[in-house]
Design a protein around this ligand. Structure first.
Ligand code: MYR
Length: 280
């Protein structure tokens, strides 16, 4: 059985990596007043953050249409028997549900939609693992079981410079828990049951990041063999510094740097930072 692997653009796997691992991609869009842009295809991450800084109105985002997805699936029927498609959390976007609906409509291919329950490179980790397994001839069931195993060890914490975008876009759950002190704190955020909720309220960015790194250190000291990613919103030097400091203490741990692209950047704003990991 030939198994294709697909994800959406919010995994932020670079085109080079996707090509190398035969990963297919369906884009989400960011909608400014002047036009709608499919991320990566119509607007680069750099151009997006520049435009975001210039525009008065906050852009909105949209999931791929049912038509876009069925078209992608139909194209895959020529070469594949099944497709595993990994998506951003169904608690923050309708993308996963649309893939499920499209899978019911398209004939000639078995569609296994997978809810990463998060987004960004965490979704990317699942996708890359699925792609490696598919290349080695694994069945869809084995790939899904492995992703479920990974899910048990995945941790992701992130923070934003300003909560306004997340609040306006309606993607912050339990918002009342932190909104009272919106200006004074830098809450650490995470996903719980597919939704974004505050993890801890902390006063400064420095203290918040040090708390996140402390959580990571605890797992390293427990002897876990982790794969770690530092994710930035248009501030690569900061992510590189965090990675270098971490590597100095734990050279044996595999690390990488990723980014919040246009769609996620719309909701997090410039300057967001995230750290995520799972046990290999
Ligand atoms: C849509 O319009 O369907 C897309 C909505 C995307 C919401 C994004 C909310 C922020 C996600 C943060 C992920 C951080 C992972 C470390």
């Amino acid at each position: 059985m030939k198994v294709a692997v697909m994800t959406d653009s919010t995994a932020y796997i670079t085109p080079e990596e996707r090509e190398k691992h035969h990963i297919h991609m369906v884009p989400l869009s960011v909608n400014f007043q002047d036009a709608s842009y499919r991320e990566e295809l119509d607007i680069t991450t750099e151009a997006f953050y520049q435009k975001l800084a210039q525009e008065k109105e906050l852009p909105s985002t949209s999931q791929p249409s049912l038509g876009d997805i069925t078209e992608k699936l139909e194209a895959l029927t020529k070469d594949y028997d099944a497709v595993i498609s990994v998506h951003l959390s169904s608690g923050i976007s309708g993308t996963y549900q649309t893939m499920v609906s499209a899978g019911d409509m398209v004939e000639g291919i078995d569609v296994y939609a997978y809810d990463s329950e998060m987004s960004c490179m965490i979704q990317g980790f699942y996708t890359l693992e699925a792609a490696a397994m598919a290349q080695n001839g694994a069945s869809p069931e084995d790939i899904l079981a492995r992703m479920d195993e990974m899910k048990k060890t995945v941790r992701a914490y992130f923070m934003v410079d300003d909560l306004t975008n997340l609040q306006r876009g309606g993607r912050l759950s339990n918002a009342q828990a932190i909104l009272g002190s919106l200006l004074q704190i830098k809450p650490i955020l995470h996903f719980e049951n597919k939704l974004i909720v505050p993890f801890e309220k902390i006063r400064t960015k420095k203290k918040a990041i040090s708390r996140i790194l402390g959580l990571l250190d605890e797992e390293v000291h427990a002897g876990k063999d982790l794969r770690v990613v530092f994710i930035h919103g248009n501030d690569r030097p900061y992510a590189e510094k965090l990675e270098a400091d971490f590597k100095e203490k734990h050279p044996e741990i595999e690390t990488s740097i990723s980014y919040f692209g246009p769609v996620i950047g719309t909701h997090l704003g410039q300057g967001a930072i995230g750290v995520a990991w799972y046990e290999k």
